[in-house]
Design a protein around this ligand. Structure first.
Ligand SMILES: CC(C)=CCC/C(C)=C/CC/C(C)=C/CC/C(C)=C/COP(=O)(O)OP(=O)(O)O
Length: 398
């Protein structure tokens, strides 16, 4: 399990801190940070999420969020970067470049259909143009994840990840290496998608290679951003924000980030036993110690009162991220809302399943059964009908 995602920073003074499960009333650090950035996003030089280790993960990630939001706001996609596929130039087998590009996208769709059926069905609700862009992003993320989680994972070195990142910059510059890259290259030329979340995901894979313990939630949060929050940030420019939305772009990105983090935390809670068998413990060490638990308890895999109470708190925090994510779904384009609601409701139910298993995530895998999945779809549809609130005040003009 490498996974992905992050947390949302609400610029509101009384926002709840998801990091500590503590109400944040006028956190001076956060307020200063937010106001500085929101007053002058254009002049801030972004230097990557890992450049200033003295800042909290939350602050570092929020900087990425602001940059993504600014990109969408300005819709500034350098035109010269668009892939030049020429005008129907025929190759030796009689295919034009446009045919090749269409085929590349179709192949991405096939991979998506094979590895993520429910997600694929959801994408069919989107417009054809957006749907195939989402497939191209999905395939790149899947391939990246496979580097450290797939059959060749034991051969993967930091150098191989450096080469993968070079390939990424090439495709962003319009020089794709293979068909899947070509589809993504086209997507990033058409939508205001920035390279940073992609680079950060590769960074998440580097982290997975060298780290198997997380001292506290701040460390885990950064990991979740790298491997899952990034997916939320990559998806919003393609899924699109509703033209009727009055919410700030940051709000929507924050919600997307929160959904990624929520999914990843859920993934971690579901896979505790499986990860332990691979020598990995993603749960924050300080919180385990506070609960009177240690790695040994996890390797022993016995459900005790201490474990149940620890798990209750972990599940509570994951649910808070889902709650935060919910706030942004209505702001998305109408065609994107149903699949996002569906995935949110389905993944959140894994937490219910962990509870139903008596918190035994050592020997039982929590899953959502077919019947529950089916029931969730009309519920998601019902929620997706609700569009942006007319009452939301724009925090930052878009
Ligand atoms: C909420 C708003 C405004 C937008 C939505 C933005 C999106 C699409 C966010 C979702 C991000 C996402 C899908 C992150 C991936 C998280 C994750 C843990 C995936 C797990 O993947 P696998 O490991 O294949 O899962 P399974 O093991 O459950 O099959």
């Amino acid at each position: 399990m490498s996974g992905v995602l992050l947390w949302v920073v609400s610029p509101k003074e009384n926002a709840t801190s998801l990091l500590g499960l503590m109400p944040r009333i006028g956190n001076p650090k956060r307020s200063k940070f937010c106001s500085r950035l929101s007053f002058s996003p254009g002049i801030l030089a972004y230097s990557g999420a890992v450049a200033h280790p003295s800042r909290s993960s939350e602050e570092r990630v929020y900087e990425v969020v602001l940059k993504q939001a600014a990109l969408v706001r300005e819709q500034r996609r350098p035109k010269e970067k668009a892939l030049d596929f020429g005008e129907g130039v025929e190759s030796s087998d009689g295919m034009t470049n446009w045919d090749l590009l269409n085929e590349a996208y179709d192949r991405c769709g096939e991979v998506c259909a094979e590895y993520a059926k429910t997600f694929y069905l959801g994408t069919l609700l989107m417009t054809p143009e957006r749907r195939r862009a989402v497939w191209a992003i999905y395939v790149w993320c899947r391939r990246t994840d496979e580097l450290v989680d797939g059959p060749n994972a034991s051969y993967i070195t930091p150098k191989a990840l450096d080469r993968w990142e070079k390939r990424l910059t090439d495709l962003f510059d319009g020089r794709p290496y293979d068909m899947y890259d070509a589809a993504l290259s086209d997507t990033v030329a058409k939508y205001p998608v920035d390279i940073q979340p992609f680079k950060d995901m590769v960074e998440g894979m580097r982290l997975d290679l060298r780290k198997s313990r997380y001292q506290n939630f701040d460390e885990l949060y950064l990991y979740c951003y790298y491997v899952a929050g990034t997916v939320g940030l990559m998806s919003v420019p393609v899924m699109g924000i509703s033209p009727e939305s009055k919410a700030s772009t940051e709000t929507v990105y924050n919600a997307a980030l929160a959904l990624g983090i929520a999914n990843q935390l859920t993934n971690i809670l579901r896979d505790v036993g499986e990860d332990a068998r691979r020598g990995r413990v993603y749960l924050p060490q300080d919180e385990l110690a506070q609960a009177g638990l240690s790695d040994d308890d996890i390797f022993r895999g016995k459900v005790t009162d201490k474990w149940q109470s620890f798990m209750k708190d972990q599940i509570k925090r994951a649910r808070m991220f889902f709650d935060e994510a919910e706030k942004g779904v209505a702001e998305l384009n109408s065609a994107s809302r149903w699949p996002v609601w569906a995935s949110l409701l389905l993944y959140r139910q894994i937490l219910d399943a962990i509870e139903a298993n008596g918190y035994d995530n050592f020997t039982k895998r929590a899953y959502v059964g077919k019947a529950k999945k089916l029931v969730s779809l009309p519920i998601a549809y019902g929620r997706a009908i609700i569009g942006p609130s007319k009452l939301t005040k724009p925090l930052v003009a878009r």
